[in-house]
Ligand binder design. Structure first.
Ligand SMILES: C[S@@+](CC[C@H](N)C(=O)[O-])C[C@H]1O[C@@H](n2cnc3c(N)ncnc32)[C@H](O)[C@@H]1O
Length: 286
């Protein structure tokens, strides 16, 4: 007879496939972060040429060519011999980075159906649109730390410090004003509990958390019973790894505010949603 808590029940093929793809996704993400840190150029290539002729024979010069114009409006740039190895590396990194990001996307999309069946989770690589990050910045006056992040999203989050998958933000100390949109997998409880613990310890002075509501979960109830929240009127169109917004979001989100400036949170976030303050936090209202 089937017993849901029977530990000897065989692992389902879906779970096995999921754990395999998660392992390779982790390895790919580590490679991606290394490349991002080394530097890269997208849509560029290096051409060899000889003024007034082809690159065959004689003095060969090198040029960086780009599909899209550089900041100065030109699509080419001369490369001196000393710079050549570095530019070759940047161009190769760009090509590899695109390939790896596509692979991660494919792997994360594949389990999206099977993984959703198991845990109602989805990909971690959906980023918060800048206008929502701006609200958090306005409430707190700045963002000192984004503990679950990557170099791509930091282009607009611009936290003073951020932690990536490779560094493992869960195992590090958090300080100051924190922006947290955690990975939505089964570890979300660890992220929200850590945020609350660091806030209660005083190391984190304020935090804005963006989570997917799970009102019957203990982690969600721990937040909603203690902290002010905003339920946005519209579903958030998160941004993918290519900078494209999600076309048809299927679920809503909740922002939680951990801090003393509840009035300020109310003032700023009521522009986008309904604010609720639990009884426990009302004593902190002026
Ligand atoms: C939902 S995204 C949010 C990214 C960004 N903070 C934002 O608000 O757009 C979660 C990010 O956390 C990263 N991540 C996953 N596990 C992590 C870990 N253990 N430590 C740090 N970052 C992690 C993922 O790679 C992903 O980029």
């Amino acid at each position: 007879m089937f017993a849901p808590d029977d530990r000897s029940f065989p692992v389902s093929p879906v779970a096995r496939e999921l754990s395999m793809s998660r392992t390779s996704v982790s390895a790919l993400k580590r490679k991606i972060e290394t490349l991002e840190k080394e530097g890269y150029l997208f849509d560029c290539w290096i051409a060899a040429y000889r003024p007034g002729g082809t690159a065959k024979g004689g003095h060969v010069y090198h040029q960086l060519r780009s599909r899209v114009p550089f900041k100065n409006g030109r699509k080419t740039r001369h490369i001196g011999a000393a710079e050549l190895p570095r530019f070759c590396q940047l161009v190769n990194n760009g090509r590899l980075l695109k390939k790896l990001r596509r692979q991660v996307e494919r792997l994360e999309q594949r389990p999206r159906t099977s993984y959703d069946l198991l845990t109602s989770s989805a990909s971690d690589e959906w980023y918060t649109p800048p206008e929502y990050v701006a609200l958090a910045r306005e409430v707190m006056g700045g963002i000192d730390l984004d503990p679950a992040s990557n170099t791509y999203a930091q282009q607009w989050i611009r936290a003073r410090q951020y932690f990536t998958y490779a560094e493992d933000g869960l195992s590090l100390r958090w300080r100051g004003r924190v922006w947290l949109n955690p990975p939505y997998g089964k570890h979300i409880r660890r992220w929200t509990e850590k945020a609350v613990a660091e806030y209660r310890s005083g190391l984190v002075t304020e935090a804005v958390l963006l989570v997917r509501p799970a009102i019957a979960s203990r982690w969600y109830q721990a937040l909603s019973g203690a902290f002010a929240r905003c339920e946005p009127h519209r579903r958030i169109r998160f941004i993918n790894t290519h900078g494209k917004p999600l076309t048809s979001p299927v679920h809503g989100n909740t922002f939680f505010y951990l801090g003393e400036q509840i009035e300020q949170f109310h003032r700023v976030f009521s522009a986008i949603g309904t604010i609720s303050v639990p009884f426990q936090a009302r004593g902190r209202l002026p």
